[in-house]
Design a protein around this ligand. Structure first.
Ligand SMILES: O=C[C@H](O)[C@@H](O)CC(=O)C(=O)O
Ligand SMILES: [Zn+2]
Length: 277
């Protein structure tokens, strides 16, 4: 597991491209039969990926990494499959996940394993985990069963559907909030006007981007913005003081996930268009 420290906006102002990427950009989450995890000290969120091909991938940890005997001893987990059909086995119970289906796994679950239905088209489980001190039930959600909102306008190139999966009015959790936003063809902007939420951090995972396409992801304080170039199936960490918005060279889909003080989706402080610099 890789560890990233938290950052201060006054320090981040000085970062060049390489340093920005080193601290906030999360490349390659999917490698055959491997569990890839990045723990950021921004609200201790873990961003990760599991791609079982020849054998199941086990959600393993050790005393050095998290100081506990099993991964979900004091954590909760949100999973969205972005690959072929797969199964998550949680303490023996099997949950089949097709592409874009979500599973919340509650704290106290001792054994979590990931499997693919077809090694030629493996499942890709995108993972988010936050500290948790209460057990909520393990529940599956689909885009069809979730609360969603069609937002934006083709005139602003931001027509998109926001599906809220784990949040106050959806799957219950201690602090993890998670969902998926799909841009309609011809639309490129997400989260503009931008916002911050000092009460929680956020991670974005961009996917369904064509090979040669990029998303120019915006971060930073509203008056001190920076960009990070994102490619398909890459994640980016947004500290609580930072905006998180992006514009693609084509449309795309992304998973957003947050951890912090509350699980109300609409807890955001809007940034006015005049304020951005
Ligand atoms: O705090 C919430 C998140 O930033 C996202 O839900 C925003 C988003 O999906 C969008 O505007 O497209
Ligand atoms: Zn946000």
């Amino acid at each position: 597991m890789e560890r990233r420290f938290a950052s201060h906006p006054n320090e981040v102002k000085q970062f060049d491209t390489g340093r920005l990427r080193q601290e906030f950009h999360v490349p390659v989450l999917f490698a055959a039969d491997e569990l890839k995890l990045v723990l950021t000290h921004e609200d201790r969120m873990i961003v990760g990926g599991a791609m079982p091909v020849k054998e199941p991938v086990v959600l393993a940890t050790d005393l050095k990494e998290l100081g506990v005997t099993y991964f979900l001893e004091r954590r909760e987990l949100g999973i969205i499959n972005v690959g072929g059909k797969g199964t998550v086995v949680a303490d023996g119970a099997e949950y089949e996940l097709n592409a874009k289906e979500c599973l919340y796994v509650g704290a106290g679950t001792k054994d979590v394993q990931f499997k693919s239905a077809d090694s030629a088209n493996p499942a890709k489980f995108y993972l988010n985990s936050a500290p948790a001190h209460k057990t909520y039930p393990t529940v599956k959600a689909t885009l069809e069963s979730s609360e969603f909102a069609d937002l934006g306008d083709i005139k602003n190139s931001n027509e998109r559907s926001i599906h809220r999966l784990i949040h106050a009015n959806g799957i219950q959790s201690c602090q993890l909030v998670m969902g998926l936003t799909q841009l309609k063809p011809g639309n490129m902007w997400n989260t503009m006007p931008a916002h911050t939420h000092p009460r929680r951090m956020e991670a974005y995972f961009y996917f369904e981007l064509p090979e040669d396409a990029v998303v120019v992801h915006l971060m930073g304080e509203p008056k001190e913005t920076r960009h990070i170039i994102m490619r398909n199936e890459e994640a980016v960490i947004s500290p609580s003081w930072s905006i998180h918005s992006g514009v693609g060279t084509s449309n795309y889909t992304f998973i957003w996930s947050m951890a912090g003080d509350n699980i109300r989706y609409d807890d955001m402080d809007p940034v006015s268009m005049k304020e951005l610099q």
